[in-house]
Design a protein around this ligand. Sequence first.
Ligand code: UGA
Length: 435
Amino acid sequence: MSHLDDIPSTPGKFKMEKSPFIHSRMRWHWQSSLSKLTFWSIVFFCLILIFFFRSPSSNPLLQDPYRRSLRTYNWGGPAWEKRVRSSARVRSRNGFSVLVTGAAGFVGTHVSSALKKRGDGVLGLDNFNDYYDPSLKRARQELLERSGVFIVEGDINDSALLMKLFEVVAFTHVMHLAAQAGVRYAMENPGSYVHSNIAGFVNLLEVCKSANPQPAIVWASSSSVYGLNNKVPFSEKDRTDQPASLYAATKKAGEEIAHTYNHIYGLSLTGLRFFTVYGPWGRPDMAYFFFTRDILKRKPIPIFEAANHGTVARDFTYIDDIVKGCLAALDTAEKSTGTGGKKKGPAQLRVYNLGNTSPVPVSNLVSILERLLKVKVKRNIMKLPRNGDVQFTHANVSLAQRELGYKPTTDLQTGLKKFVKWYTGFYSGGKKAAG
Ligand SMILES: O=C(O)[C@H]1O[C@H](OP(=O)(O)OP(=O)(O)OC[C@H]2O[C@@H](n3ccc(=O)[nH]c3=O)[C@H](O)[C@@H]2O)[C@H](O)[C@@H](O)[C@@H]1O
């Protein structure tokens, strides 16, 4: 037999062997390569399993919001109830008793502080999740505690906690600012948007509708509900049925859910469409914030541009203007009409734009920061990624002006100057910039 006989006549096929020795040798070869193959397959499979279970982004069941929702918070007890009552106690004539959800958040902190200053009773609620550096939330908490605002640690999805809070305090108003914010993060962690912005909102409304008395609710919607609209400036009468991100879709869903609870239970509900809010104590996931951090680190700044070199612009709105809008919405909110889960008559249902009315290209935002920080910026012009961002936003605020007396007064240059002053002060002295 020539050596050629060992070679398969066609790929994948072997000639039958007659020699028993060759036959058993081949079988041994086969078995050994088979067991090797099995061994390495098992190793490879195990590696994939380890990688899968260790990587939160690849397994939705292990993503933050679910772990967060499983977290247990310590609440209850006489000392805790005393703190709750004291924080929510009204200290001015005709003042409100307000439950502020998301009180350790950017807008929540500013609104809580402003309400407290004018003598309203304020109780905060926040789950201190780690969407961005929780130490910034803790610093905001300290700030509020110094002015007498207690923040209860807990989740808006926790019905027992919410019911307890309403049992301890007869809140006149709820300022609902707890949410999963951020447009682009919705592609990484969609579940967190459903968890907070839909399930959490419904849970809160369920408790509010059963409360006696029912509170009036003012809550944060978003300019992102205008989605792919081309008609500017955006007016409350415009369509909001083409969201560009899941974040926008959950905020739009919130507006429809608000309609339902108003219709069925007589809850007074006011949605505020915020337009890219910025300022001191802001959110590190927002462009103006991380641009500042990265400019100071001499890193290149990615500036998005639309097709055909189209400008990407935002109606950046300063936090103090937003706070005035929030307080005016609370002040003009009518009482809910239901009791104990039953509607007694029609109740107020409103939606307002709270913007600045003058969009600024993102490249101008970078130029302002460049001047304020006195650092030459390396610009990295990039195509607007298909990740939920829209090309521009521009608010028409005439409705808010008419009905709330809302009038924004801070331009981007002035507002950023205040932000940079806060930022450099806050992160100086060895504190690391939030990531
Ligand atoms: O007004 C709103 O409705 C929304 O405003 C912001 O969303 P956004 O306007 O996208 O704010 P940033 O994420 O700070 O982005 C500002 C601008 O910078 C641009 N950008 C962002 C990131 C980047 O690397 N480069 C860049 O050019 C974005 O395209 C956008 O035009 C908030 O993150 C949302 O939570 C809020 O609801």
